[in-house]
Design a protein around this ligand. Structure first.
Ligand code: ASP
Length: 408
């Protein structure tokens, strides 16, 4: 997609979001009827995720050409994820300790949300054993990206070692990869109307909770949003400039379509195809780096989610009048980071993982009911920061010597 069309679409998406919010608020009855258009957009994005992740990962690994490069790139990527996620949790903890959004608020409406009750409780061991899929098709139908990444890494690595036969298979996946990217461009053309319908639908449904955003949950929401803003506009741009050698403002604008989609869908995974398109085509990120860093990032690098989890845990403690020691806060720091890694890139996954954070310091699960009303909004904000964090990671990794010495 050329730059001019990209800009027109971005303006279309932003106008669609604003118009959708206004229409959703004032004509909520009618907007509900066109919500299916939003679902259509979301489905189209999800449709390309699995083939795109598998094909791009295989192509990325095979084009790296050398297993030791893959090892170094993986280590650097994971290091980047851990450092940036830690920074974001620290910002969240500092702000929630200063603002104290939960102090003086009455303990209103405590309950355990259904989504939390019905979700499977995962332990760390489950996450580790789940990395190796016993059936890759089963993993694909369940939308489990991480096991597919593991399989594709292995498959791609082996393809480079079997000579001529491997080359044919690589060419096949190169074709799939190119075709998927083309489908993504087609979907992007459809995005302004998709964004309009999705935002319109959610505002129409959640109109009531907007009051809560302003009343009881106002300071809490503000703390989360402020923390996300600090991370997105100060921490990540500094890292991007220093280690990715990119102009943060231009980079941000070029990622605009992906960020708008993240806000609209509240899903890093559904946004992934557009994140890849923007990173490679608009920000000129080495496709070998992005094909590796972005799918992995969409599943395990969630700076926004980690920050939200830390703030939410302390907010709940403040409402219940539970004093948390420095030791407790360190436990929250660690568990929020881990829980964000384990959270899937789908709506509300971060809230489900709060079970781990609250459980680690003995806070009541019912506290989740207090923040549930506004989760639809904060989920969108944190997903946008999650995708922004992944995008910055792609720039930083593509600027490492593994890629710089061997430009494509
Ligand atoms: N919705 C977020 C994402 O997809 C995860 C979360 O709930 O925090 O990135």
């Amino acid at each position: 997609m050329d730059k001019k069309s990209g800009n027109i679409i971005l303006i279309g998406m932003i106008s669609g979001a604003i118009l959708g919010a206004v229409c959703g608020y004032f004509f909520n009855e009618s907007i509900i009827h066109i919500k299916f258009i939003g679902t259509l957009f979301l489905n189209a994005l999800k449709m390309v995720v699995i083939p795109l992740v598998v094909a791009s990962m295989i192509v990325g690994v095979t084009s790296l050409g050398d297993v030791s490069k893959l090892g170094k790139t993986s280590m650097k990527t994971i290091f980047f994820y851990l450092v940036t996620t830690s920074f974001s949790v620290i910002v969240g903890l500092i702000l929630v300790n200063i603002i104290k959004p939960g102090e003086g608020i009455e303990n209103f409406g405590a309950f355990v949300p259904d989504i939390v009750k019905s979700s499977e409780r995962k332990t760390l061991i489950d996450v580790i054993t789940g990395l190796v899929p016993s059936n890759i098709f089963n993993a694909a139908t369940k939308g489990q990206i991480l096991p597919l990444i593991v399989f594709s890494l292995l498959f791609g690595g082996v393809l480079t070692s079997i000579g001529e036969k491997g080359k044919q298979v690589i060419a096949f996946f190169e074709g799939i990869n190119a075709a998927m990217m083309k489908i993504v461009v087609l979907i992007i053309w459809f995005s302004p109307i998709g964004v309009f319908a999705l935002i319109g639908g959610i505002v129409a449904e959640q109109k009531g909770s907007l009051d809560q955003l302003i009343s009881g949950l106002g300071w809490y929401s503000l703390t989360v949003v402020l923390g996300l803003l600090v991370h997105a506009t100060i921490t990540l741009p500094l890292i991007l400039k220093a280690f990715g050698r990119k102009n943060p403002f231009q980079y941000f604008i070029n990622m605009g379509q992906a960020l708008a989609t993240a806000f609209t869908t509240a899903s890093s995974t559904a946004t992934l195809p557009i994140t890849m398109e923007c990173a490679v085509k608009k920000n000129n990120i080495d496709s070998r780096a992005s094909s590796f860093v972005l799918p992995l990032g969409a599943t395990i690098n969630m700076d926004g989610t980690a920050l939200y989890e830390a703030v939410a845990a302390l907010f709940i403690a403040q409402i219940y009048g539970i004093e948390l020691t420095l030791g407790n806060q360190i436990v929250i720091f660690l568990t929020a980071t881990l829980a964000s890694i384990g959270a899937a890139g789908i709506p509300h996954a971060g809230t489900v993982m709060m079970v781990i954070v609250l459980g680690a310091v003995g806070l009541p699960l019912e506290g989740l009911g207090l923040i549930w009303a506004i989760d639809w909004f904060l989920d969108r904000c944190r997903t946008t920061v999650n995708v922004w964090g992944d995008s910055c990671g792609a720039a930083v990794i593509s600027n490492t010597k593994e890629f710089n010495n061997n430009k494509q």
